[in-house]
Write a protein that binds this ligand. Structure first.
Ligand code: FPP
Length: 242
């Protein structure tokens, strides 16, 4: 169980990057231009996190529900992802940042999976921080795959049902060694978790800003960290002094 001791800086920040479409509409541009501007924000936020000493950054880049968007938008997002990998890989190596993917990677085009897995392997030993991209991700489907894997272990006699506890479930998630997010930021004002890190968000602090993702700048990032610093993380307990 985590303690209330230090919440000066979140060790793990997760972001629901929302509002690219609205940003594009506000600027009279096609939706894809909003995603392009959003990808630029991603680049900047990775740097803000590094400068702030945040060890793990998880970005909700593409949900399983996003496959239902118009094919041209899906294609555009996938091509942005490829470009993002190409443009940002040198920086991952420079700062020894490990790239990880969570989600149903088999849903992605095989050439993208190959590239993602190549970078995952090339950065696997780095300890300078972690960048986790949630791609074709759904919290419910993560729990379904964990449940299936646990059921298989029970079936082959490797696990007794009564031995299943929270740690068993946590151990079967996509990135079991990653600590739960301390802070989840959502841009563009919606007050929803949208199927993101459903197991891991149990005690995360939530911060919602009306700022649209492409407009999210360093001052907005600082505001999220300031808000986090004010929070009292009690994990269901009472204050020690009460
Ligand atoms: C939500 O905005 C955003 C997405 C569905 C995709 C997020 C993708 C990026 C920020 C760019 C690519 C990312 C990487 C890592 C290269 P929305 O389209 O739902 O906005 P709306 O709610 O205003 O329509």
């Amino acid at each position: 169980m985590p303690t209330t001791a230090d919440n000066a800086i979140p060790a793990h920040m997760a972001i629901i990057m929302d509002g690219n479409g609205r940003w594009a509409r506000q600027h009279g541009l096609p939706r894809l231009k909003g995603h392009e501007a959003g990808a630029e924000t991603v680049r900047c936020v990775i740097r803000y996190c590094r400068d702030a000493g945040i060890k793990v950054l998880t970005l909700y880049a593409f949900s399983t529900e996003n496959w239902a968007r118009p094919p041209a938008e899906v294609l555009g997002l996938m091509s942005l992802l490829k470009n993002f990998l190409r443009d940002n890989e040198p920086e991952l190596h420079e700062h020894r940042v490990r790239l990880r993917i969570i989600g149903r990677r088999g849903d992605l085009e095989s050439s993208i999976v190959r590239e993602l897995e190549r970078v995952e392997r090339a950065t696997a030993a780095y300890t300078g921080g972690q960048l986790i991209l949630a791609l074709s991700y759904s919290g419910r489907s993560e729990l379904v795959q964990a449940t299936r894997a646990i059921a298989e272990e029970v079936k082959r006699g490797a696990l007794r049902p009564e031995a299943i506890d929270e740690a068993t479930i946590a151990a079967h998630l996509y990135a079991p060694d990653v600590p739960d997010p301390d802070l989840i930021v959502r841009t563009s004002g919606e007050l929803r978790i949208s199927n993101f890190l459903l197991w891991q968000c149990a005690y995360s602090e939530l911060y919602v800003t009306p700022v649209l993702w492409p407009d999210f700048r360093e001052a907005d990032f600082r505001a999220a960290l300031d808000a986090y610093r004010q929070r009292q993380r009690r994990y269901g307990r009472v204050e020690a002094a009460q």
